[in-house]
Ligand binder design. Structure first.
Ligand SMILES: Cc1cc2nc3c(=O)[nH]c(=O)nc-3n(C[C@H](O)[C@H](O)[C@H](O)COP(=O)(O)OP(=O)(O)OC[C@H]3O[C@@H](n4cnc5c(N)ncnc54)[C@H](O)[C@@H]3O)c2cc1C
Length: 308
């Protein structure tokens, strides 16, 4: 939307409270546009997610089980991120990274893996979205799935309704940040047609379908002691059919853990493994596969999340 269009717009609906929707809502609100943001989830973050787990002994651990960090490659984004740093919702993760070869059992490529500056949300990856969604001018409504979007020619506005048929209001513009709003995947998840019918826009429909989706299992594990045999805070795997990356969340800035020695890690599967879908198989089974293949010593009960 051009800035002229943005300032002329009375109100805008943003569908999705992940980083795309949160940044969009915040930028529009800063230009004086009335923004209502809807997200199906319980809170902001989307794939920049953090999960709270209470262990059997009462220890509370937090896992960034979506994006573990982000890097910045463009000046405009760098300016935005330095503003977030100044507000304390983002910090640089000055950690050591490497590659682990499962065939040789050795860590390699320390410099290559550690070269890009890595940023994390503080105290969780979802903190950025949470903060942006609570800015002045942004009305954020969580636990609301937009189930229908209709363009009303006579009112020159979009009418939005929730999955359970509740009227969500009329808007001059709608920004949808998830391909699900116009994808058959929505039907797979909800049993209902997608909110936006793109049959009149076949080119756009093809573009939406072409947006890639990379499925991934994220396994959250905790250890009573720091892993002495792991000399880094994050690594990618070579020669593993199951695992692609691993990150020590307790080494990130702003994450406190009591007792302090405890370590929490998030392991990501390969896309290929997650793509198999493990038909008829429970997530716990996949988690066991991960754990057995991780060879990382004794760990606390874990949780496995499947992203698709
Ligand atoms: C395991 C994993 C590892 C990753 N690693 C990295 C990494 O190392 N570096 C990196 O930069 N990126 C990484 N990513 C990708 C990054 O997380 C995503 O690109 C980014 O978070 C996407 O943000 P988004 O706002 O576009 O979408 P999302 O975060 O998916 O947000 C979309 C939101 O829309 C909501 N929504 C959808 N449909 C509706 C509806 N009909 N009504 C209401 N709400 C709706 C959803 O609930 C969701 O919250 C990773 C992602 C995962 C899952």
């Amino acid at each position: 939307m051009s800035s002229a269009a943005a300032s002329a717009a009375a109100n805008v609906a943003v569908i999705g409270g992940g980083i795309s929707g949160a940044v969009c809502a915040s930028l529009l609100a800063a230009r004086g546009v009335a923004v209502t943001l809807f997200d199906s989830g319980r809170g902001a973050g989307g794939r920049m997610a953090q999960r709270r787990e209470v262990m059997e002994d009462g220890t509370e651990l937090r896992f960034d089980h979506g994006a573990p960090y982000f890097t910045v490659t463009n000046d405009e984004v760098a300016r935005v991120v330095s503003g977030w740093e100044a507000r304390g919702i983002v910090a640089e993760w000055k950690a050591m990274f490497a590659c682990f070869d499962r065939a040789t059992g050795k860590f390699t490529d320390f410099e290559k893996e550690g070269s890009a500056k890595k940023y994390v949300g503080v105290p969780g990856m979802n903190s950025i979205c949470k903060s942006l969604c609570s800015e002045d001018g942004v009305v954020a409504k969580f636990g609301v799935t937009v189930g229908k979007m209709d363009w009303l020619q006579d009112r020159s506005s979009w009418s939005l309704a929730s999955l359970d048929g509740k009227d969500l209001g009329h808007f001059d513009y709608v920004v949808a940040t998830d391909k699900n709003v116009a994808s058959p995947r929505f039907s797979g998840l909800t049993g209902r047609p997608p909110p936006l019918d793109l049959s009149l826009f076949p080119r756009l429909s093809v573009m939406v379908q072409d947006i890639p989706v990379h499925p991934c299992f994220a396994l959250m594990v905790a250890f009573s002691e720091p892993l002495a045999m792991v000399p880094v805070n994050g690594f990618s795997f070579n020669n593993s059919d199951y695992l692609s990356r691993a990150y020590c969340d307790t080494s990130k800035p702003g994450r406190s853990c009591v007792p302090p020695n405890r370590q929490s890690w998030v392991l990501h599967s390969t896309t290929e493994y997650a793509s198999k879908g493990v038909p008829g198989c429970r997530i716990e089974h996949s988690a066991t596969n991960f754990y057995e293949s991780s060879q990382m010593g004794q760990c606390f009960p874990s949780h496995c999340c499947r992203w698709r």
